[in-house]
Design a protein around this ligand. Structure first.
Ligand code: GLU
Length: 444
């Protein structure tokens, strides 16, 4: 029988990282097994569910690249996919239980009559779990609405769900669900309960108020969706070889529930940022430029420069900095000095560089030699610095460090020769001239 799994969120207005991870694990499981991934909206809580809440969810799913085979917008043969539209189905199933003598009225509510047998599941993550329901439980409230356990089981049953992969907080519901499946004369699906996501600091699970808890936040902060998806996959799961950077194809081929840990997973912002940076560095030039430019536009960064004939210069600057960036939103800080002449010298860098040797003299020598260079490229620049260092019997660093400070105001950044090439001869010499005439002084 082919695999059918579902992600069954209740739209709350947020797309919580725990939900997203559940969605991802279901999606990976379906894709790995060549099965179907179904999106079912558990919107029985009318008060809270709005179109906006649904939109946040669907947008989040799309942003992460989690396409669903059946569900809202996609349709399918097992619909409707909104619980709020399935009342006739629920009523019919209530009648089945009544006819079997397994549902009865009590004080206005409808109760389900449990068998009292121990319910054993071989959870795909937790292994054998046994639990007994001692007491009959409510399946329809006195206001006539069906409760979660009932609709959840009726839907899984009527939608032909083969595997229920969900958060561990539902493990304790599973015995109720098994009771219901069996009451309908149906074999329960396989279950896999995945560990909770704990906050980075302190005890307890991530709540929607914790930083990093909402998927929409990552979109706003210009994270790369594939990187977030990669990170989410590692929250509670790891491939056998413990690799951390995995493409969607690799995740799909390696994912299985056997690799899911029983221990709770801890949210780790640094690891997420690290993975995001790896993706940023690996982006093909055109994709990267598009991302960077759209970010700069949104951030209202020097619109003039992005539209001017200097366009190409901006691209060159962006490409030069790509391998050093940690995040898209740090681009302005990385590139500002390429576009302004009156950048400040960072006090820390000044302190480090101006105290050693004779930096002003070194820069003066470089300006003189470099102004003779005809073809302004990395090889020529390197040759120039090596020759100077040999002539004056000092290390090349004695030229490189103060020159970098002179052209950028900092002691960190992209590769030195690439930096000078992108700046071009005129800008480089102009900046170094300023440095020689008015060198920064060490404070403190
Ligand atoms: N609506 C439930 C939830 O969001 C679904 C539980 C399940 O996957 O069975 O937790």
């Amino acid at each position: 029988m082919s695999i059918r799994v579902r992600f069954a969120p209740s739209p709350t207005g947020f797309f919580h990282i725990g939900s997203a991870r559940t969605a991802l694990f279901n999606w990976l499981y379906a894709r790995h097994h060549g099965g179907k991934f179904i999106l079912r909206i558990e919107d029985t809580d009318r008060e809270r569910n709005t179109d906006d809440a649904l939109r946040v969810l669907l947008e989040g799913m799309r942003w992460l690249g989690l396409d669903w085979d059946e569900g809202p917008e996609a349709g399918g043969e097992y619909g409707p996919y909104f619980q709020s539209e399935r009342n006739a189905i629920y009523d019919k199933h209530l009648q089945i239980l009544r006819d079997k003598g397994l549902a009865y009225d009590h004080e206005g509510a409808v109760f389900f009559k449990v068998s009292g047998e121990p319910q054993v599941i071989n959870d795909l993550v937790r292994g054998r779990v046994e639990r007994k329901e001692e007491k009959d439980f409510v399946i329809y409230r006195s206001n006539g609405t069906p409760v979660f356990h009932f609709v959840n089981v009726v839907d899984d049953m009527t939608m032909g769900i083969t595997d229920v992969i969900r958060g561990e907080d539902h493990l304790s519901n599973t015995s109720k669900h098994c009771e219901l499946f069996k009451a309908f004369g149906v074999e329960p699906p396989r279950f896999g309960h995945i560990p909770l996501i704990l906050k980075q600091q302190g005890p307890g699970k991530m709540s929607k108020r914790d930083a990093g808890a909402l998927i929409e936040e990552y979109d706003h902060r210009h994270f790369i969706p594939a990187a977030v998806r990669n990170y989410l996959a590692l929250l509670g799961w790891s491939p056998k070889d413990n690799r951390e950077i995995l493409s969607a194809e690799e995740l799909v081929s390696l994912f299985d529930l056997g690799g899911v840990t029983k221990n709770n997973a801890k949210f780790d912002e640094r690891k997420l940022s690290f993975i995001n940076a790896q993706y940023l560095h690996a982006l093909p030039a055109d994709e990267y430029l598009q991302l960077a430019r759209s970010y700069l536009q949104k951030a209202n960064w020097s619109d003039e420069a992005t539209r001017s004939p200097e366009n190409q210069y901006l691209d060159q600057v962006l490409l030069l900095c790509q391998e050093k960036l940690h995040a898209v939103d740090s681009i302005p800080a990385f590139i500002d000095y390429f576009f302004v002449f009156d950048y400040q010298y960072a006090p820390k860098a000044v302190k480090k560089i101006m105290k050693k040797g004779d930096p002003v003299q070194r820069v003066r020598e470089f300006v003189e030699a470099a102004s003779q260079i005809e073809t302004w490229n990395e090889a020529e620049l390197e040759k120039c610095i090596t020759t100077l260092a040999e002539t004056h019997e000092v290390g090349t660093g004695e030229y490189i460090h103060p020159c970098r400070l002179g052209v950028s105001g900092t002691n960190a950044g992209p590769g030195f020769y690439g930096l000078l090439v992108v700046l071009g001869k005129d800008r480089t010499l102009e900046r170094l001239q300023r440095f020689v005439e008015n060198p920064p002084s060490v404070v403190g």
